[in-house]
Design a protein around this ligand. Structure first.
Ligand SMILES: [Zn+2]
Length: 490
């Protein structure tokens, strides 16, 4: 058996002004994809799954993983065109496995995954089975579902099962190719658009949704079940929760089970509503807490959700309230360069952060001693993304009062202790650690966290969706429209 693999995995924040370019998409080509083997990443899972099953694999192209604004048409056409050319060149094959995100929006293509699936289907023909792996934050649309045969989606947030779900996609695809199963999908879309913080898989109500989904898989009612929380920051009709159930040739059962999950999610919608602590109060509470580290969650600047990572609101509060042993990571290439110019032991005087847009706080004037300069390279220890390397670019640690200020050249998702260890900071010895995330921080930090405080910081990751000027989502939709109704059929 021979499979072709590749993909474009971008979570598009449609309100973000940060450009998405071939450079930010980090394109990997051909055999370079094989470097993902053994990593807790979808591409790694595809490779490992094929190797374990003795399946020949043709890697083509993979791009993605950093969330930014809407890619323009030229960028999207360029990357999708190359993916399709490479898939065509890798034929003949028995099937295709695509690593997508599910919440990608490109200029002219509000449902980018539907377009990717359409083009790939054109290349490989109507008969060849196509499997897709998606992120839990996918905004799943019927148009994509109609063009592929198998879909598997992360069941975890933080996303600790990326490789496992990809191996599942390979296994289901192989069984489909051998004629052992006939995957049949049904999608249910209740009018629900929760924020990321409301869909942690280890907490209610999503814990119960996954429990029921896993039960359907265990009992054999379904081959695989997707509970996608959706991505509220993509202003598209598909935005929001999607329940996608795959059965073995039984469309009625797939429909019934998908509707059951949609009804269950709808009945638990109030538990998805999130309210956070005002920033000044959050910092005061963190300082007053007796033990560390207190995780101070900068939800408004949730980098994994497409924010710039240079938000300054909590940094300003920590300095104003004279916090001790607090660590803050800010993406600011200009300030990092100034620290390199000052040199280790030198003094940095700079306006830090708040530069990408006007939404995440103003630049903060800091003065401090440069403690460390490095290339910003490290490898995830996991569990999420275990083994995946990161390049923060030239990075400096500057001591400003009681704050360890880490200045990176590129924004980098928090959630892995190695990010701090790699710059000489022992996370267990910090009183306060600011994480620019919603839920992802839990993967690496929950085992050592003494406490967590979710700050209601302003920005593109805000949990108050009324702050966004939506034009294209379905209305009414909960929680934006509390009066939304859903005639659940199960
Ligand atoms: Zn995600």
């Amino acid at each position: 058996m021979r499979l072709i693999t590749g993909g474009i995995a971008h979570e598009t924040h449609t309100f973000s002004a940060e450009p998405t370019t071939l450079e930010t998409l980090g394109v990997v080509r051909g055999d370079e994809l094989l470097a993902y083997a053994g990593m807790n990443h979808s591409v790694g899972g595809v490779i490992d799954g094929c190797r374990a099953a003795g399946i020949e694999l043709a890697p083509t192209l993979f791009a993605g993983d950093v969330s930014t604004g809407i890619p323009d048409r030229e960028t999207f056409e360029s990357i999708l065109g190359e993916l399709c050319e490479r898939i065509a060149a890798a034929l003949p094959a028995d099937g295709v496995v695509l690593t997508l995100h599910g919440a990608m929006v490109a200029e002219g293509f509000p449902d980018a995954e539907a377009e990717i699936a359409r083009r790939v289907r054109e290349v490989v023909g109507a008969e060849m089975p196509i499997a897709v792996t998606l992120d839990l934050h996918a905004n799943i649309g019927q148009a994509m579902v109609d063009r592929v045969d198998v879909v598997t989606t992360y069941d975890t947030y933080p996303h600790t099962d990326a490789a496992e779900r990809a191996r599942e996609a390979v296994a289901l695809l192989a069984r489909t190719i051998r004629g052992e199963i006939r995957p049949t999908m049904a999608l249910a879309k209740p009018p629900l658009m929760p924020v990321p913080q409301g869909m942690a898989s280890g907490e209610e109500p999503f814990r119960s949704l996954y429990a029921r989904a896993h039960e359907m898989e265990r009992t054999g009612e379904a081959l695989t079940v997707t509970v996608a929380g959706g991505f509220a920051y993509a202003d598209v009709p598909e935005a929001g929760v999607g329940m996608l159930v795959t059965t073995d040739g039984d469309p009625e059962a797939a429909r019934r089970l998908a509707d059951e999950l949609a009804a269950l999610a709808w009945s638990r919608r109030q538990e998805m509503v999130v309210r956070n602590t005002p920033p000044g109060e959050a910092v005061a509470q963190a300082i007053a807490f007796g033990r560390g580290p207190v995780m101070l969650v900068d939800v408004g600047d949730n980098i994994g959700g497409g924010t710039p990572g240079d938000g300054t609101v909590l940094l300003a509060e920590l300095l104003a309230q004279s916090a001790e042993e607090a660590t803050v990571v800010i993406a600011d290439a200009e300030a990092a360069a100034a620290a390199f110019a000052a040199g280790v032991g030198g003094t940095l005087r700079a306006a830090v952060g708040g530069k990408v847009d006007r939404l995440h706080g103003d630049p903060v004037a800091v003065e401090g001693q440069v403690r460390l300069l490095c290339d910003g390279r490290w490898v995830h220890e996991g569990p999420e993304n275990a083994g995946v390397p990161v390049e923060m670019g030239p990075t400096a640690v500057v001591r400003c009062g009681g704050v360890n200020l880490v200045l990176t050249s590129r924004k980098t998702m928090p959630g892995d202790q190695q990010q701090l260890k790699s710059v000489g900071i022992d996370p267990t010895r910090q009183r306060i650690i600011v994480v620019k995330a919603a839920v992802r921080w839990r993967g690496g930090f929950e085992p050592i966290a003494a406490h967590a405080i979710y700050a209601d910081t302003p920005g593109l990751g805000s949990v108050d969706l009324n702050r966004f000027d939506y034009r294209h989502i379905r209305r009414p939709i909960f929680p934006l429209d509390p009066e939304a109704v859903f005639s659940a059929t199960a």
